[in-house]
Design a binder for this molecule. Structure first.
Ligand SMILES: Nc1ncnc2c1ncn2[C@@H]1O[C@H](COP(=O)(O)OP(=O)(O)OP(=O)(O)O)[C@@H](O)[C@H]1O
Ligand SMILES: [Mg+2]
Length: 259
């Protein structure tokens, strides 16, 4: 089981959209996948068409050692843990505890043999909730919107990952994903070039597949459908399919190297 987080403390960069597209994509490629909404905003939960107890959502139960979280099945091969505003209390519940960053990691251990991938959507901050995501992950993917001020956020994230390695030694930034891209703008390329340099500096990379700007991404969550079901055949879906294939290819290449 490999745990992958979509992380960027900057808001509105398509973490949630990408978490959904990656998880549906993996499941439809035959991988047993658990998608976890670990953001108190609960945007992914709404996007998946799930109604939950927002005050005491399943995601909050993940950090409670005495109960187990309800898991929903979204489609064959894809399970889901919903979130809502009540997850915010985790920041207070865990604040005074020793090992407060390790609760999510511990909860996910239970699923070791059940899933090939756990995909976690995180919130735009660096709170205890986010630290739990960073501690639980083997790898993170950093979606970023290539624009003038996105660089600062990327630098801060790289520094945070380095610090987290004190408690999660093998955490690695698997890659940076360009989202909401407008290829016609010169600033887009400038920003991507900058992130490429930063990525190389931390043994990571920027994915070759870029996700373009498209209203499909904005409209699909409103009706609780994945982008694949909402507009199959659209350019946005083609972008996400290419990204999922690039992701799976990395895995194959890594396996070949091991052999
Ligand atoms: N490729 C895209 N083109 C146009 N709009 C997009 C695209 N991807 C996502 N969006 C829209 O942009 C907004 C932010 O996306 P999303 O919620 O995925 O970002 P986020 O990083 O999860 O935000 P937050 O930090 O608040 O959790 C949403 O309204 C979403 O529908
Ligand atoms: Mg989000």
């Amino acid at each position: 089981m490999r745990v992958i987080g979509l992380v960027n403390q900057k808001g509105g960069v398509a973490k949630t959209t990408t978490a959904s597209a990656l998880a549906y994509g993996l499941a439809r490629n035959g991988k047993r996948t658990l998608l976890v909404d670990f953001d108190p905003q609960g945007n992914l939960t709404v996007a998946c068409g799930i109604v939950t107890n927002e005050g005491n959502p399943p995601a909050l139960k993940l950090i409670d050692l005495k109960t187990s979280a309800e898991i929903e099945n979204l489609e064959p091969g894809l399970d889901f843990v919903a979130s809502g505003i009540g997850l915010e209390t985790a920041n207070m519940i865990l604040a005074g505890k020793p090992c407060r960053e390790l609760y999510l990691k511990r909860a996910l251990k239970k699923f070791e043999n059940e899933y090939d991938y756990v995909v976690i959507d995180s919130n735009p901050s660096l709170s205890i909730i986010t630290l739990n995501v960073l501690s639980a992950c083997d790898e993170i993917i950093v979606p970023f919107k290539p624009e003038f001020n996105s660089e600062k956020g990327v630098n801060l994230l790289i520094e945070t990952v380095e610090e987290i390695r004190q408690i999660n030694e093998n955490l690695r930034i698997r890659g940076f994903l360009v989202t909401m891209a407008d290829r016609r703008r010169r600033s887009t390329n400038e920003s991507v070039e900058y992130v490429k340099e930063q990525a190389q500096g931390c043994q990571s990379k920027v994915y070759t597949s870029w996700i373009r700007q498209s209203v499909v991404a904005a409209d699909a969550p409103k009706i609780g459908k994945s982008v694949y079901d909402y507009r199959p055949g659209s350019p946005l879906v083609a972008d996400y399919e290419a990204f999922v294939q690039e992701f799976l290819k990395e895995e194959e290449d890594a396996d070949t190297r091991k052999k």
